[in-house]
Each structure stands twice: as structure tokens, then as C-alpha cells.
Ligand binder design. Structure first.
Ligand code: PBG
Length: 313
């Protein structure tokens, strides 16, 4: 191995074109998924445009815009008109996501759906509550109903995000042909704050640490992935992304399934807020963040920057 002064690593950094030739990681719009929120009424979010809310009508117009920018996939989240204890808005035939899916039929976008109850329950937890606890096995039935109704309405893939044990297998049993993107390693994270505002899904009491993962653990993330694979998952996911790049890397090295990473609302909001204060450049911060997530080993990335990225690339 040669060393300085024979070796000078700066030689390949001299011009933009040279740096481009030796770049190891690139951003390709094909790998990105844009989250979309659909509710009874459209509602702009000027500070966090990616977290604005669409109506069923405006989501169709947004899909047209995304397609013309080159975006290929979206993941839908619903905010129902009314919430109840069992989250019935999640699995109604004419629920908000089901109506959006039908309206988006023919959009040409890959339609993914988040399969969870927290946006639909009056208590804001991701399952059925008994004695102030989310009960696992009773919740499974409602999750399966939600996934099946999404597929009947036109979803191309379902993404169970509630961290219930056995939810991937329960869905797989009913939907043998549907791709399942499993939120396998989903941590109980403070970085979901802006999402919970946008989706009105903050828990009314307690927190989600009884079902989402402890941020301190990585071996447990591998066990979650192992379980999801055994239950029939097609894609694994790590969420959040930036504070968990080591987890993305560990999952990438251990398993051969496609790996998704969710660049969550707080990661997006931090850069937006810092840029608004003049502390950093948003576009550079976004591209650096997304490149880091890909470099760590993610194949696909769910990001609120997807639409802006499409206009930047
Ligand atoms: C639903 C769900 C959440 C997110 C995605 N799906 C919220 C949560 O678990 O509290 C968060 C996404 C984000 O912060 O961007 N369970």
C-alpha cells in the first residue's frame, strides 16, 4: 500500500466531473416514496409542505403533479372524519384511504398504504385497548381487515406499521399475492412528532413503548426482521432513518430482502426549521441526509422530500 506523498486522495476531488466519476452512491427517483395524507378536507402546511393534508379530490391532482415530476410511488395515510375505540374508520369500505385509493386508480403510481389503527382510534393507540394496554391478538383481526380493504380498494402493497407481534403473518394468510412492506424495526421515537400533529394520531394517554422498539437496541431489530421474513414479508423497513443508520447497515448485512428506510417527519422538520433560521441550506441538507440513508444500505426511502427531490434532480 502506498502512502503520502505518492498517494494524494484529493486528486479525485478536484472537479465536479471527477467527483461524479468516482461517486459511490446516487439518488434515483425510482427508489423514493412520497407520503400523502388524505382527510375530509385539504389543509396546507406552510412550514412542512410534505405534511400537508389532501382531500380525496386534491389528492388526485397531487398525484398528477407527482407523476409529471417523475415520482413513481406514494404511501397513503388517512385522517378519518370520526374516530372510535376500535378504529373502525381504518377498515370501512368507504373509509378515507379506501376512497382515495379508488380515486387514484389509473394514476400510474405504485400505491402503498400504511396499515395501522392509530389515526382512527379515539385513544390514538395502534390497537384495541383493554385495561389501558394494547392487546395484541385482538388487534390482529382489525389489522387484517384494514389490509384486505385497502387491497380491495386498489392498494398495490400494504405496510403494517403497528408493531403487533404476528401482524405480517396474519395479513399474509389472507393476502397471499400482495407485497408486504413490513415496518420491521420501528422504534418508539420522538422524531414522529410532526407526523402525529399532521395525522392527529398522538396517543391520548401513555406512549407507544409497549409495542414500538427501544431506541437502545439493535440485535432486537434483527430478531424483528427474522420474524417478519418467516411470516412472509417482502420488504423490511427501518424507521426512523437518520438516527438509526447503524441499524440500516446491520439489517442490510444480515438479510437479502429489499430494505426500506423511513426518513421520518422529525428528520425532515429539523432541516426545514434550521434552514428557515438560516442555519443551513435545505437542499444540501436534504440531499446529504438522503444520500447517507442510501449509503447505509437502504434500497428504497420513504421521504417527505420526494416531491422536492424530483424537482432538484
Ligand atoms: C402509524 C405511523 C406513524 C408514522 C408512520 N406510521 C406514527 C407513529 O407510529 O406514531 C410516523 C411517520 C413520521 O413521523 O414521519 N403508526
Amino acid at each position: 500500500m502506498s502512502a503520502f506523498p505518492l498517494t494524494r486522495l484529493r486528486r479525485l476531488r478536484r472537479t465536479d466531473a471527477l467527483r461524479g466519476l468516482v461517486r459511490e452512491t446516487r439518488l434515483d427517483l425510482d427508489d423514493f416514496v412520497m407520503p400523502l395524507f388524505v382527510g375530509p378536507e385539504a389543509m396546507a402546511n406552510t412550514e412542512l409542505p410534505g405534511l400537508g393534508r389532501h382531500s380525496v379530490d386534491s389528492v388526485v391532482a397531487e398525484a398528477d403533479q407527482l407523476t409529471s415530476l417523475g415520482v413513481r410511488a406514494v404511501i397513503l395515510f388517512g385522517i378519518p372524519e370520526e374516530k372510535d375505540d376500535e378504529g373502525s374508520g381504518a377498515y370501512e369500505d368507504d373509509g378515507i384511504v379506501q376512497r382515495a385509493l379508488r380515486a387514484l386508480d389509473g394514476s400510474g403510481l405504485v400505491l402503498l398504504t400504511d396499515v395501522c389503527l392509530c389515526e382512527y382510534t379515539s385513544h390514538g393507540h395502534c390497537g384495541v385497548i383493554r385495561d389501558r394496554e394494547v392487546v395484541n391478538d385482538e388487534t390482529l383481526e382489525l389489522i387484517v381487515r384494514t389490509a384486505v380493504s385497502h387491497v380491495e380498494a386498489g392498494a398495490d402493497a400494504v405496510c403494517p406499521s403497528g408493531m403487533m407481534d404476528g401482524h405480517v403473518g396474519a395479513i399474509r394468510e389472507e393476502l397471499p399475492d400482495t407485497p408486504i412492506v413490513a415496518y420491521s424495526a420501528k422504534y418508539a421515537s420522538s422524531f414522529y412528532g410532526p407526523f402525529r400533529d399532521a395525522a392527529e394520531s398522538a396517543p391520548a394517554f401513555g406512549d407507544r413503548r409497549g409495542y414500538q422498539m427501544d431506541p437502545a437496541n439493535v440485535r432486537e431489530a434483527l430478531r424483528e426482521c427474522e420474524q417478519d421474513i418467516a411470516e412472509g414479508a417482502d420488504v423490511l423497513m427501518v424507521k426512523p432513518a437518520l438516527p438509526y443508520l447503524d441499524v440500516i447497515r446491520a439489517v442490510r448485512e444480515r438479510f437479502d430482502l429489499p430494505l426500506a428506510a423511513y426518513n421520518v417527519s422529525g428528520e425532515y422538520a429539523m432541516v426545514k426549521a434550521a434552514a428557515a433560521q438560516g442555519f443551513m441550506d435545505e437542499r444540501q441538507g436534504a440531499i446529504e441526509s438522503l444520500t447517507a440513508i442510501k449509503r447505509a444500505g437502504a434500497d428504497l426511502v420513504i421521504s417527505y422530500w420526494t416531491k422536492e427531490l424530483a424537482s432538484w434532480l
